[in-house]
Design a protein around this ligand. Structure first.
Ligand code: ACO
Length: 382
């Protein structure tokens, strides 16, 4: 039996050409391109293309790619009908997880055909429909009719449009776009790994994406951004940051949005989002969220030497985009699905069942005692 590595920390679980995390130097790159340059110069659509085909597109390739994605935006009527029946209290991440699973029954491909061609067609469908599902559920749960996708808008602007019914200004659309680029992939993170585990059994893409959404939901992963905004609301005033964070740390609680399994010298995505957070605050004429975040960053660094991660400043960016707080993690999913799909296709291309072993720490072998001769066990009686 090998050594048990808690949380699989540092364990190399496979090879990949999609994204590279260099935790020691605080760098993230997609297919060889630094995330900082991609966020400055590219659109989310170009980044999806890159993650899927390992190259940035030319103009013609991008036009055709975007057209294919746009054609897949509309949702199946039956799915929207089902969404109307969901209780308005359904957490959006639960609605998304259920809808992704349900999408599979409307997929026109032969379910037994898991070949590359049909999988790529599924990839376009899932990628294009996820933001529509999130926006449509937001409309329905707030008592509004869904907004049809706008074919003149890219993924980021169209998402904000479908959520609110209003075309966003350039800065808001760009902030959304950058947010989507920065969350699109992150090597063998927990949700991506669960997608890979799912298809390693030769299960299908919808099942894998459903696993991904379920895994992303947890507060130690994609759910942290919602916890960050909850915390900022609880604090409410710049002057309360010090007491609030110190009390939290004294209770040995984690400050959400800080720390990272791999980046021990800072998460490069957080630095970009920090600038965005400030710009969005200036646009809104309300810098409080940025200022509180910055103050908390100083305190956590002083006390714990921990850096903010991607979830920390994305919270104040999304807040200034007027996105409801429980939609932050579903938005993360709308971005990360680009990476999930790339990893699913990579796993399929050179698959071996992922099946680790456990180190036995339970009872040694013992014979089964007939039921009438067994003594009642305390836990059985409880
Ligand atoms: N606040 C306070 N202390 C922290 C924090 C934090 N956010 N993160 C880590 N620590 C402390 C731990 O208490 C622990 O201290 P100890 O050794 O005295 O017990 C030490 O730092 C190591 O922490 P671990 O949780 O063991 O580190 P791990 O690598 O397992 O966890 C994780 C990384 C899960 C991200 C952790 O830092 C955390 O829980 N952060 C808060 C949640 C969060 O922001 N998640 C989003 C991550 S990014 C993403 O998934 C997109």
């Amino acid at each position: 039996m090998g050594t048990v590595v808690a949380g699989l920390e540092g364990v190399v679980a496979g090879v990949t050409r999609i994204s590279r995390v260099e935790g020691d130097v605080g760098r993230l790159s997609y297919c060889g391109y630094d995330i900082v340059e991609l966020a400055e110069q590219c659109s989310f659509e170009e980044v999806i293309y890159l993650l899927w085909y390992n190259e940035l597109p030319g103009r013609k390739q991008l036009r055709e790619f975007v057209a294919k994605l746009m054609a897949e935006r509309p949702l199946p009527t039956g799915l929207v009908y089902t969404m109307r029946t969901l209780p308005h209290t359904t957490p959006p991440m639960d609605a998304l997880r259920s809808c992704v699973s349900l999408l599979s029954v409307y997929d026109p491909e032969d379910p037994l055909d898991t070949g590359d061609e049909s999988n790529w067609r599924r990839a376009f469908r899932i990628m294009a429909k996820l933001p529509n599902i999130v926006a449509t559920f937001e409309r329905l749960r707030t008592g509004h009719e869904p907004v049809e996708p706008n074919p003149t808008l890219g993924i980021a602007a169209n998402f904000l449009y479908q959520m609110t019914g209003q075309i966003p200004n350039d800065l808001s659309a760009r902030a959304m776009d950058v947010g989507l680029i920065l969350h699109a992939d992150h090597e063998f993170n927990a949700s991506t790994f669960s997608c890979r585990v799912t298809v390693s059994t030769l299960s299908d893409m919808y099942s894998a994406i459903t696993s991904g959404v379920g895994t992303l939901k947890g507060p130690l992963h994609g759910g942290a951004n919602q916890e960050v905004i909850k915390m900022l609301h609880e604090i409410g005033l710049l002057d309360r940051c010090e007491t609030y964070i110190m009390e939290k740390l004294n209770r040995h609680e984690k400050v959400m949005g800080f720390g990272h399994r791999v980046y021990k010298n800072g998460d490069p995505r957080a630095a970009i989002l920090k600038k965005m957070s400030r710009m969005m605050g200036e646009q809104a004429g309300d810098l409080l969220w940025y200022q509180m975040s910055h103050r908390i960053e100083e305190i956590v660094w002083r006390e714990k030497k921990l850096h903010p991660n991607v979830d920390f400043y994305s919270a104040s960016v999304y807040h200034n985009l007027n996105i409801p707080h429980d939609q932050y993690t579903p938005i993360f999913a709308c971005s990360r699905v680009a990476g999930w799909i790339a990893h699913i296709m990579e796993q399929f291309s050179d698959n071996r069942l992922i099946r680790p072993v456990g180190d036995w720490v339970g009872y040694e072998y013992r014979p089964v005692v007939p039921i009438d001769q067994r003594e009642a066990q305390p836990q059985a009686a409880a």
